[in-house]
Ligand binder design. Structure first.
Ligand SMILES: Nc1nc2c(ncn2[C@@H]2O[C@H](COP(=O)(O)OP(=O)(O)OP(=O)(O)O)[C@@H](O)[C@H]2O)c(=O)[nH]1
Ligand SMILES: C[S@@+](CC[C@H](N)C(=O)[O-])C[C@H]1O[C@@H](n2cnc3c(N)ncnc32)[C@H](O)[C@@H]1O
Ligand code: SF4
Ligand code: SF4
Length: 333
């Protein structure tokens, strides 16, 4: 098991498959992009498959999410999903993507064994989309969403980061859009993980403000326990989701309503580093061990040791808080 000193056990593995991306969301990356990982430092598909297998077979991982950067840019993605789906016990398999290319990829991913997908979409307005992501690709994301739903990658969740003065007024419109198409809408507080280090707490749109803007929907408390999920969910009266269940909306209040006490996550970067927290400032180099001839048991033990050192929480409010050197796109959001 991947246990830490605070009694938490990691069963949810988040794997970053690349640090590259075809968008430049302002809260994530600078316009010019970043210095991408050299190819030789990136894990090969076989190396990713091996570490996922070790996680599942030796360390109790039950859920694997592939992310990035943009995971659909990883050429071997379908094969990596296939390999994970063939493991015993079979983990639940998810992808978090910006949706570009999903129109073409949704069916192959579903056939490979992908269970669900989360698509990031911050605005329904093409001009705002261009301003926020620095690319004119809104139409691609919208067709990607539809393709994911018709391929059965459900429930399709939409992730939205609200930004002051840019799209903070758009929560009701995004929720109406999600309700119309049967997607589950989630709003996310912006975290200090941007490459530019420009995050400002006072600029962040808080969970409380988001909920206030959704007041006209008459949201009701969700009777289903949240478990270890980052999102707090509410029922939207009078609406059903695509499966005929009561429609839900989620708010991920990572900063003002942290959920670190229930954290069940462990992360693997595209260059083979274990991170025990999104905000960890130290990493454990499984790539070096693996390329140096380590056995599966050696790698599993190094992973266990890395998780034992996990801190109680992200500490964003501590005066001593240090933003990690890696930005979100290189950690795997
Ligand atoms: N603080 C914190 N925030 C996280 C963590 N994981 C994800 N998030 C935030 O939650 C957002 C949504 O994450 P996703 O990858 O879409 O999925 P999820 O919410 O973890 O999982 P599901 O609800 O099961 O789909 C991310 O964009 C982050 O902003 C985490 O471990 N810690
Ligand atoms: C880093 S991206 C990687 C996957 C894919 N490129 C995407 O955008 O979905 C994963 C998620 O992190 C979110 N994210 C990025 N930077 C963030 C930040 N500073 N604070 C909160 N969420 C952030 C994105 O909105 C996205 O939903
Ligand atoms: S949030 Fe996702 S889509 Fe946007 S720049 Fe970061 S990695 Fe790319
Ligand atoms: S900030 Fe770290 S401890 Fe808190 S939920 Fe995220 S990964 Fe877990």
């Amino acid at each position: 098991m991947l246990a830490d000193r605070f009694g938490r056990v990691a069963t949810d593995l988040r794997v970053s498959l690349t640090d590259r991306c075809n968008l430049r969301c302002t809260y994530c990356m600078p316009a010019e992009g970043l210095a991408w990982l050299p190819r030789e430092e990136q894990l090969t598909d076989d190396e990713v498959n091996r570490l996922v297998r070790i996680g599942v077979e030796l360390l109790g991982i039950t859920e694997v999410r592939f992310t990035g950067g943009e995971p659909l840019l990883r050429r071997g993605l379908v094969g990596i999903i296939q390999a994970a789906a063939a493991l015993t016990p079979r983990p639940r398999l998810m992808v978090t993507t910006n949706g570009i290319g999903l129109e073409r990829m949704a069916v192959p991913l579903r056939e490979a064994g992908l269970d669900r997908i989360n698509v990031s979409l911050d605005t329904l307005d093409a001009e705002r989309f261009q301003a926020l992501t620095r690319r004119d690709r809104l139409a691609d994301v919208l067709v990607g969403l539809e393709a994911a739903a018709s391929a059965g990658l459900t429930p399709v969740k939409i992730n939205t980061v609200l930004m002051r003065g840019i799209n903070e007024d758009e929560a009701p419109a995004l929720l109406r859009f999600a309700l119309r198409y049967g997607y589950q809408q989630r709003f996310i507080e912006q975290m200090p993980l941007d490459a530019q280090h420009q995050w400002d707490r006072h600029e962040m749109v808080t969970a409380e403000e988001i909920l206030a803007s959704l007041a006209p929907f008459g949201l009701q408390a969700d009777p289903v326990s949240r478990g270890t999920a980052p999102a707090e969910t509410w029922l939207v009266p009078g609406h059903l989701d695509a499966a005929g269940e009561p429609a839900r909306v989620g708010v991920i209040g990572s900063v003002t309503r942290p959920f670190c006490g229930d954290c069940d996550r462990t992360r693997l970067t595209a260059d083979g580093q274990v991170r025990n927290c999104l905000f960890a400032t130290e990493e454990s180099d499984l790539r070096k061990l693996m390329r140096g001839g380590a056995s599966d048991d050696d790698l599993a033990e190094a992973w266990r040791v890395a998780m034992r050192g996990k801190r109680a929480g992200h500490g964003i409010d501590d005066p001593s808080f240090l933003q990690p050197a890696r930005p979100m796109s290189a950690i795997g959001g």
